[in-house]
Design a protein around this ligand. Structure first.
Ligand code: PDD
Length: 285
């Protein structure tokens, strides 16, 4: 049984209860994070919390928590839940009002909820051991503020489900100009002629922490060229490698897009080099 945190108290997750008038429940009016932790060591704790703070500011939720407060919460949840391979889920909603009204209520306290869930062991940089992913593609029909890590995830859920029902693991999303944005729950990368390319940060995609670490380890290493620029559908379909990244997956190699093999259908050498750098450097973030 996992131990959760809700509004100042730790408790078995089954005992955590919120009001049905909580705006997270009624409107998806909140911000969340997922921080990975392996054997008690978190990856990207500071950037995850900073992204959450900027999300809260973007939607006008005031929560007076310091980095130390978040750190103490995460450390306690890790300890309470066995310190294995954990995703730490952090969630702040605008709170519960006494009525349903779209305008932000005054004088309500945000609801703070956190729990952990088991994630797969950290991926190993080994072509024979990593899971190859298959993805679908579709037009990105979410909202125009995808840089905010909102708990209102229906658009993402519907896109994920679309790929899932086609027997795939994820769905790559393309805007009206047929440019890649991201995937339903991951950022996306392609490799062409040895260069790693990913769409630039804007309102169309989440500024992923894994994305940021991947770019950073590659730039520090310096051997592989990196570009942040628009990526067309044609480039995705003819790329040598395609990857999707997220906190729980790290860098997942994609070997099939819409049933068509990526490159020669094998996991690529640039993936191997990048996952090797990521595995070696991730605990520095
Ligand atoms: N998903 N893009 C979207 C839409 C996401 O939901 C996520 C993460 C990412 C990758 O971000 P990061 O590298 O910071 O995990 C990109 C999380 C893990 C989830 O919703 O469970």
């Amino acid at each position: 049984m996992s131990i959760a945190f809700l509004d100042g108290s730790y408790m078995p997750i089954e005992q955590a209860k919120i009001s049905p008038l909580d705006r997270g429940f009624l409107f998806g009016d909140g911000i969340y994070e997922v921080v990975p932790s392996y054997a008690g060591k978190m990856v990207g704790f500071a950037p995850h919390v900073l992204r959450m703070k900027s999300g809260l500011e973007a939607i006008g939720i005031k929560l007076d928590w310091s980095m130390d407060d978040w750190s103490e919460l995460c450390q306690r949840l890790i300890a309470e839940n066995g310190a294995g391979n954990l995703g730490i889920y952090l969630h702040v909603s605008r709170g519960a009002d006494n009525k349903r009204h779209h305008a932000f209520p005054e004088n309500i306290a945000p609801t703070v909820f956190a729990f952990t869930f088991e994630i797969a062991a950290a991926p190993i940089a080994d072509k024979a051991k990593v899971k190859p992913y298959k993805v679908s593609t579709t037009r990105d029909l979410r909202w125009e503020r995808c840089h905010i890590k909102s708990t209102a995830l229906l658009g993402n859920v519907l896109h994920f489900q679309q790929g899932y029902e086609q027997g795939n693991d994820e769905t790559l999303l393309f805007n009206a100009d047929n440019q890649l944005t991201e995937a339903s729950a991951c950022n996306a990368f392609i490799v062409i002629d040895g260069t790693v390319i990913t769409p630039p940060l804007d309102n169309q995609l989440l500024p992923g922490i894994t994305r940021q670490i991947v770019l950073d380890v590659l730039r520090k290493d310096g051997r592989i060229k990196v570009e942040e620029r628009s990526v067309s559908m044609d480039e995705v379909m003819s790329a040598d490698e395609v990857w999707i990244t997220s906190s729980s997956k790290e860098i997942a190699p994609v070997t099939e897009v819409d049933g068509k093999a990526v490159g020669n259908g094998e996991i690529g050498d640039i993936w191997l080099a990048t996952q090797t750098l990521y595995s070696a450097g991730k605990f520095d973030y």
